[in-house]
Design a protein around this ligand. Structure first.
Ligand SMILES: C[S@@+](CC[C@H](N)C(=O)[O-])C[C@H]1O[C@@H](n2cnc3c(N)ncnc32)[C@H](O)[C@@H]1O
Length: 365
């Protein structure tokens, strides 16, 4: 295991640095001819594939014990030495890996995040987002924009999750990718919200329980209920046991279109509502509304779209939903309306250090 997470900077400082970065990018775009600025953006897709290749070869894992020369590294990852050098040359230019004066390759902080055992590892997310299936969905973006929803290869909401369920190799890659992305937002969400005030926390569509396990670990008096599709929760045991919370967590399988567990003090939905178009999102929320105790709370953790036009991760994920599931990212106003249509009143929308926001709502009597 590598070194511990660094202390989180204040939220205001992070936002100020983001604004500065965006301003510098705008200045750069104005200074260079438009076609050059555009070409740089087009090449971003190639960079994604290069990062994917490094992750698939596990170059970062092979450098975990220290720098290696090209011959040794190529042998360790099973690659052609010259081709590996060309791959790393591109990545080094972006701060992913470095080459020392003695010619040996080494890790950088960005490359550390490609290690499977990093405290916050992106390797599984990179493997999914660079996979042939994912690329295939995105090649249909133009058709999705024409049609207003998922096109060939992906299929509408239920079809997407059905495919993840029946093609278990793909489904497992997806589940691991979600857990990997989940680890990114975990600390900021847990720092922004006090879960210790609840007795029973129900995580709806909680995947393999990564977030719930961490919440329970930090809130020793709470019990948890993990709810997701049967094929997904079947793999939750090891994570819950590793976190030492298995004895305080019940695992229940089912579909949130039919039923959800009752008796919770809070119902947590992280990256669930954004997966679905309004009609299905309302259906999920109404199922919860019909089952939850009247005093319970609802928490949505989502990338709430901001009012500005600067780059925002939510705009990428919004298109990811368009091509894959037919879902969408929403503004706070849109969430407020969706919740009201489903029998809830939005109380607060709390920003976190990450792009995640925590929307807290109560059932309307
Ligand atoms: C985008 S993932 C989010 C997972 C997790 N909450 C997280 O943030 O990492 C969506 C989750 O919804 C689950 N899901 C999809 N359809 C479902 C259904 N009908 N009933 C219950 N869970 C479902 C998927 O299995 C998946 O774990």
């Amino acid at each position: 295991m590598i070194s511990d997470r660094r202390k989180a900077p204040p939220q205001a400082a992070v936002r100020a640095v983001e604004r500065l970065r965006d301003a510098l990018a705008r200045i750069h775009r104005r200074l260079v001819p438009g076609h050059l600025a555009l070409l740089e953006m087009v090449a971003a897709g190639w960079l994604t594939q290069a990062i994917h290749a490094a992750a698939a070869l596990d170059v970062a894992g092979a450098l975990a014990d220290g720098p290696r020369d090209g011959t040794e590294l190529a042998r360790a990852v099973g690659a052609d030495e010259d081709a590996l050098h060309r791959l790393l040359r591109l990545l080094i230019g972006h701060g992913i890996f470095t080459r020392r004066p003695d010619g040996r390759y080494a890790l950088t902080p960005l490359a550390q995040a490609l290690r499977s055992d990093a405290p916050v590892s992106l390797r599984d997310a990179v493997l999914f987002f660079g996979s042939a299936t994912h690329r295939d969905h995105w090649t249909h973006l133009v058709d999705s924009v024409r049609a207003g929803g998922p096109a060939a290869g992906s299929g509408h909401g239920k079809a997407f999750f059905d495919r993840m369920r029946t093609d278990r190799e793909l489904g497992e890659m997806f589940d691991r990718a979600m857990a990997s992305i989940d680890s990114l937002g975990q600390d900021p969400v847990l720092a922004a919200y006090d879960f210790t005030r609840y007795r029973t926390i129900v995580d709806i569509g909680g995947g393999r329980g990564a977030l719930l396990a961490e919440i329970l670990r930090r809130a020793p008096d709470c019990t948890g209920v993990l709810f997701d599709l049967p094929e997904v929760v079947a793999d939750a045991g090891p994570r819950l046991r590793a976190a030492g919370v298995a004895d305080r967590c019940v695992v229940i399988e089912g579909s949130f279109f039919e039923t959800v567990p009752d008796g919770g003090d809070v119902y947590l939905l992280k990256h669930i509502v954004h997966d679905w178009p309004a009609e299905q999102a309302r259906q999920i929320l109404r199922t919860i509304r019909a089952t939850m105790p009247p005093t319970a709370r609802l928490l949505l953790i989502e990338l709430v779209l901001p009012g500005h036009h600067r780059p925002h991760p939510g705009n990428y994920i919004d298109l990811e939903m368009l091509v894959n599931t037919g879902g969408r990212e929403r503004t706070e106003t849109e969430y407020r309306a969706l919740l009201a249509e489903s029998g809830f009143a939005l109380l607060t929308c709390t920003p976190t250090l990450s792009p995640e926001n925590i929307l807290e709502a109560v059932p309307v009597p």
